[in-house]
Design a protein around this ligand. Sequence first.
Ligand code: UDP
Ligand code: MG
Length: 310
Amino acid sequence: MHKQQIAISIVCPFFNEEKMVDLFMKEITAVVNELNKPFEVVCVNDGSTDNTLAKLLQAKEDYPNMKIINFSRNFGKEAALTAGLDYAKGEMIIPIDADLQDPPELIKDFISYREKGYDVVVAKRVDRSTDSILKKTTAQLFYKLHNKIAQTKIPDNVGDYRLITRKVLNAMQELRENQRFMKGIFAWVGFKTATVEYKRNNRKAGKTSYNGWKLWNFALDGITSFSNIPLRIWLYIGTFISFLTFLYGSFIIARTLIWGVDVPGYASLLTVILFLGGIQLIGIGALGEYIGRIYMESKKRPLYIVEDEY
Ligand code: UDP
Ligand code: MG
């Protein structure tokens, strides 16, 4: 028997989303059914500690075109998304979050752009009024800084919610790095891209698993994955400080030659020592960030462990 080709793969990571499973499946299938194309929903349970898995298995009875990948523990969203993409069989692949912050109706726009020949259709949040001021400003700052120093620019306010074709997915799968900053990986591969604008909703249920510290580390992953400027900048900082030191040193020597030895200077001495100590530690810290990542990368561990597939 000839198995029907899957046109659309919806890929969704679930981490402690027991309240969202039914709602998500209901809303997503309502939208995708209208398209009249064979589709699958690939759900990755990222080591949830609540009843997400049971809920997913239960939902599969109503939605047989669900595929459930169950991780052996929590590996993080980027790993869950990677797994979902690895298992997706469709010609068009659409990653989306489980919390319905990104409206499923956009999928229709994605598909119509796809039909116009775009290989990537991204969704850009034009209205982040549902995010806190702190999250908004830090996100803005991150995009600015990232795009200033990284070779791969990421479009601002564009998340993982998008459509990619099989061709793009194949290209992305060539990148098997352990530090997976998906936004960067999506951007890195390129391809003809269209942008759909939308307003981001509040979470329908449950709560975010990204607090300040996690977001900070996420930002560090993003920057270190796509830029080596934080490493190289020390050459210039060092050169600049050496130049200032040379000027100041020349001034001191000249002054001593003209006016003789001048013993006071405790405050300036201490300031300079502490300042340079601080600068050096920051430099070492930057080195540490990269060396730590090289270390993790060199182990070549798998990105995730699948316990079961359903
Ligand atoms: N998620 C995941 N693993 C994690 C954290 C989150 O798979 O360790 C999933 C989560 O279930 C959701 C998506 O990633 O589907 C986005 O998470 P969240 O809504 O908490 O992030 P935010 O929208 O606040 O950035
Ligand atoms: Mg969310």
